[in-house]
Design a protein around this ligand. Structure first.
Ligand SMILES: [Zn+2]
Length: 118
């Protein structure tokens, strides 16, 4: 019996969004805004997007500083709430994949079909 390679292949979890991608938020309070991905939290399926989803953290005096205070930083956004902004057609798009002639797997824009670098 020939085994079906597709079914037995190990499923490798891979996020479609990468660091330095520009994404648009499609749900939540930051809906419609876009920014650059600073970090990808693979295990949590979340990304940190520059200047988006900012949260204030109140610091108690003593632990991090003498004064205490408020620190603003980006909170992670779930990848299902962002879409990649295609650098070629500048539209939010789903990501496709294709293989180049040399066997390299690249991401493509489902809207315009262009290869997305990175
Ligand atoms: Zn495109």
């Amino acid at each position: 019996m020939a085994e079906n390679k597709v079914q037995t292949a190990k499923y490798e979890k891979k996020l479609k969004v990468k660091k330095n991608d520009v994404v648009m938020v499609i749900a939540g309070k930051e809906k419609g805004k876009s920014g650059k991905v600073l970090r990808v939290l693979k295990k949590k399926d979340r990304v940190i997007v520059e200047k988006l989803n900012m949260v204030k953290r109140h610091l108690r005096p003593g632990r991090y500083s003498q004064e205490g205070g408020i620190l603003e930083r980006e909170a992670p956004i779930h990848v299902s709430n962002v879409m990649l902004l295609c650098p070629k057609c500048t539209k939010p798009t789903r990501v496709g994949y294709k293989f180049l002639d040399d066997g390299k797997k690249v991401r493509t824009c489902k809207k315009c079909g262009e290869v997305i670098e990175g």
